[in-house]
Design a protein around this ligand. Sequence first.
Ligand code: PLP
Ligand code: COI
Length: 337
Amino acid sequence: MEKKDMNWSELGFGYIKTDMRYVCNYKDGAWDEGGLTDKATIEMSECACVLQYAQTCFEGLKAYTTADGSIVCFRPDLNAARMADSCRQMKMPVLPEEKFLEAVRQTVTANAAWVPPYGSGATLYLRPFMFGIDSVIGVKPANEYQFRLFATPVGPYFKGGVRPLTLRISDLDRAAPRGTGHIKAGLNYAMSLYNIVDAHEQGYDENVYVDAATRTFIEETGGANIIFVTPEGKLVVPKSDTILPSITRRSLVQVAKDYLGIEVEERPVALSELSSFAECGLCGTAAVISPVGKIVDHGKEVEFAGMGPVIRKLYDTLTGMQMGSIEAPEGWIFKIC
Ligand code: PLP
Ligand code: COI
């Protein structure tokens, strides 16, 4: 199969319309058969629940070309499960896991020419999402829903590729205690837009959010979880009920423990501990593991090693598994073709 004629290594993290996407509709209490379409636009009522009350959630995963030329995805079953959690909380119908995986399989297969070649530094980002589509004017959930999954080839999430990032401790909060921080609801991102624009204007790559209740514990950034490494090489991972359970982070914890013999602590991490860490990174599907060079806490600068030895080892092992050069644990690699 011939790949699209693209300068893959120059890609940033943007939307490029690909050939096909998957659509499935929920009406009268049931999902329809679902299938592929080339239509990249959506028509809906001006009063659709998603437009009025932001009833929408999404996922993010990637398709990779491996060293032997296969196309694979990484743990899509966990995206299906997390989307189900998001849907339950947002009073949306759950798309069965088999249907979610079928949407992944069909969309990637139909867009195989868009999956960047092995070694190009780019991947095919998949965006499953669901929204309330029928008219709702009183505050209540929709009756009808649409699930979609589209694909777009992407390069590094942060401009300039893999380089040490500069973050700031945010003055605004992301997630309330007992709120929606642990699910992937669009509303969590809508409220971060003011803050990310402001951060960029002030010269920062991202905002680090702290817990809204006490403002003393580190949570995560707007689009990725955060991880730390102590000078002794121990991996320290913030634990909180108000952060997104990152699939990348959960995988890294297992890789660190079982493959690399790295000690791992998953626990609340106080803001006051920042300067005790040697390395810091952001982890997520889009971020992969992006090294952090500096966090600025209201004028106080804390520096980290950037791509230090532990972050490097985690990065190489995780991406090696995703790209097929290192054997992954049973069930992590979902082969498409
Ligand atoms: N945290 C937030 C707020 C995110 O948007 C993401 C991206 O999905 C993550 C963490 C990382 O999650 P994952 O590793 O499952 O992509
Ligand atoms: C992802 O990593 O898949 C996300 O959804 C993060 C988003 C900020 C692009």
